[in-house]
Design a protein around this ligand. Structure first.
Ligand code: GDP
Length: 363
């Protein structure tokens, strides 16, 4: 599965965000094979296309695809020195594929700020410094280890060592590797180090109810995100927590309308996470179940089949494919067939976002 770790200083609203995300989450019985830790939750990826497909197919149930969010609490100044639980938090971050960095952009005298004042730039620098120092530690250990192997003339070791030596000063200054400008080849060469500051990152600016506009704190986060080439999602976690408390869909709808929102801000967070990871969705549309599935952009048809079941991938013969727009326009498989929009694709086929797929396979 795909996951995203939520990091940030204490008291910036991480848990509030995490709880809101997982309240709107997917019932665990739909995923019998996942073991999920208490600080992690599967979150449904909102996709209005599922409802449109269901209107045509009228299945027994519809199932969204999901993404895992992990609440990584306890990252504080000094974590990279391995003091206390510091190492454990960094290890937790290492296991995630993308990072959502929550930054406090709201004022509230009832909520203590760890540094006694709201200061997004300083907050971001503290967290980025800890992550950069953790990477620096990996780099220093790596250089030592590679020095021996490189002496023997190993070409890959020499190339790796050269990259590590080049990025060392950048990290020592507390700068994230994502702003260093490694080429994708270079990134590939050092991928085994699992650098934290190279993970796709988004800043989540936690603003007050009125803080979406004319908010100097938000502007600072925006500027930093732009400089680093990171994504930015402004959201008011307090409102999100209130929305998540509402179980009745109509009530939810009314609340959103009152707040002047089209959809919960969480949807933007989830979609941004999905985009960070380079993910896309394809559908299966049977009478039993209409369901969304997640694949990496560029995944082939057999790889997509493997998301459903490894046997589907191993025994892959062909995929029957209808583009989402065609499926809707021609009201289902029969109509799409008659309009010549139904295709049989082989194992080289690259899945497109929204494809409605039916696999043919040998068992
Ligand atoms: P964490 O330590 O980063 O996980 O922070 P929490 O989610 O536990 O939030 C810390 C405190 O800030 C709690 O009392 C929250 O109710 C409050 N809080 C979180 N988000 C907001 C917000 O958007 N506005 C306001 N005013 N308070 C918030």
């Amino acid at each position: 599965g795909f996951n995203c770790g939520i990091v940030g200083l204490p008291n910036v609203g991480k848990s509030t965000l995490f709880n809101a995300l997982t309240k709107s989450g997917i019932a665990a019985e739909n995923f019998p094979f996942c073991t999920i830790e208490p600080n992690s939750g599967l979150v449904a990826v909102p996709d209005p296309r599922l409802d449109e497909l269901a209107k045509i197919v009228k299945p027994e149930r519809t199932l969204p695809t999901s993404m895992e969010f992990v609440d990584i609490a306890g990252l504080v100044e000094g974590a990279s020195k391995g003091e206390g639980l510091g190492n454990k938090f960094l290890a937790n971050i290492r296991e995630t594929q993308a990072i959502a960095h929550v930054v406090r952009c709201f004022e509230d005298e009832n909520v203590i700020h760890v540094a006694n004042k709201v200061d997004p730039r300083s907050d971001i620098e503290i967290i980025n410094m800890e992550l950069a120092l953790a990477d620096l530690d990996s780099v220093e250990k790596g250089i030592q280890k590679l020095a021996r192997i490189a002496k023997g003339g190993d070409k890959e070791a020499i190339a790796q060592k050269e990259i590590l030596e080049r990025i060392l000063p950048h990290l020592a200054e507390g700068q994230p590797l994502r702003s260093f400008g490694l080429t994708s080849d270079e990134q590939h060469l050092v991928r085994a180090y699992g650098f934290l500051t190279l993970k796709p990152t988004m800043y989540i600016a936690n603003v007050s109810e009125e803080g979406f506009e004319n908010n100097p704190y938000l502007d600072i986060v925006k500027q930093i995100a732009t400089e680093e080439g990171a994504a930015l999602v402004p959201v008011c976690n307090k409102i999100e927590a209130e929305i998540a408390e509402l179980d009745d869909p109509e009530e939810k709808e009314m609340f959103l309308e009152t707040m002047g929102l089209e959809e919960p801000g969480l949807n933007r967070v989830i979609r941004a996470g999905y985009e960070l990871l380079g993910l896309q969705t394809y559908f299966t549309a049977g009478v039993k179940e209409v369901r969304a599935w997640t694949v990496k952009e560029g995944a082939t048809a057999p790889e997509g089949a493997g998301v459903i079941h490894t046997d589907f991938q191993k025994g892959f013969i062909r995929a029957e494919v209808i583009a989402y727009e065609d499926f809707i326009q021609f009201q289902g498989e029969q109509g799409a067939k008659e309009a010549g929009k139904w295709r049989l694709e082989g194992k080289e086929y690259i899945i497109k976002d929204g494809d409605v797929m039916h696999y043919r396979f040998n068992v």
